[in-house]
Design a protein around this ligand. Sequence first.
Ligand code: HEC
Ligand code: HEC
Length: 270
Amino acid sequence: MTPRKYLQNACILLGTLLFLYAQRASSAGEIAQGERLFQAHCAGCHGPKGEGGSGPTLAAPALVRAPTEESLIKVIAEGVPGTEMPGSRLVKEQIKQIADFVRSLGQLPPERVPGDPQRGKELYLEKGGCAQCHAINGRGGAFGPDLTEIGSLRGARYLRVALTDPEADVPKSFSVFRGDASIPENFLLVRVVTKDGRRLGGARVNEDTFSIQFRDAANRIHSFFKSDLAELHKDWGKSSMPSYRDLFSKEELDDVVAFLVSLRGGNKEN
Ligand code: HEC
Ligand code: HEC
């Protein structure tokens, strides 16, 4: 190799290294940018580290609704229709940056919760009497939201608060009204007084312009024409779920939360 050729090769090598370095630096920069956007637009529901809050944990290697890059970008752009997960007005490039940041979260160890899910399941069925109002895989009451997939819809901290302080965060929907009220995000308590003076109440099952149906705590469905009602109240943000703050000890709460976190749909054992 002539000295000149040698110098040429060295320059090419140096150039390539610089190029690779710059690329790495810029992709690290993009993730940092994605993190800033995440803190501003997503952390309020998903937690600052994506650990979960009223939205599910995103620090998991496989996301149920966003298993691929394409579906992740779609979920961030369009939200999950009919749930609390909103679409966003961010531009394509920013969505890509957030998606990269979300995927980098998947490399963190999953959320660890104290407590024993098996003991939690027993508490759920016996001492807690939860199945009276909630169903898992089709078994149980329908007064409260279905909990079959609750572990992939909500973070552990949110679930704990749902047990100790039910009214802190009653599931809400971004759409004004959804016909399918069995979906938890749409929970609404209603109270009616009929023209003949009867007072009834329960969780709304369905409603249209002329009629309303709701389910009472004993799982009975009531249906009324609105023209037969003297009063109709909608208690947005109200809950009829009892607080378990005093009934359960701290260890028992840990166990029930661990059980709820383990409910990710598909597991027919529960
Ligand atoms: C108002 C609360 C809220 C905000 C803000 C929010 N999310 Fe969500 N997100 C949710 C909820 C609730 C769900 C679960 C929806 C469902 O499937 O029922 C969800 C679901 C998701 C999922 C699917 C998770 C899975 O396991 O499949 C992804 C991904 C996601 N959100 C990312 C984001 C990103 C990124 C942002 C910010 C741009 C964001 N979310 C903003 C509440 C929110
Ligand atoms: C008397 C009926 C009733 C009983 C008993 C009951 N719940 Fe609930 N639960 C509800 C209702 C109604 C809601 C919806 C309103 C709210 O969030 O408070 C709810 C909400 C929840 C939520 C929040 C769901 C979401 O998507 O935000 C969780 C989690 C939950 N219950 C778990 C439990 C567990 C665990 C037990 C037993 C320890 C239990 N519930 C006992 C009626 C009940």
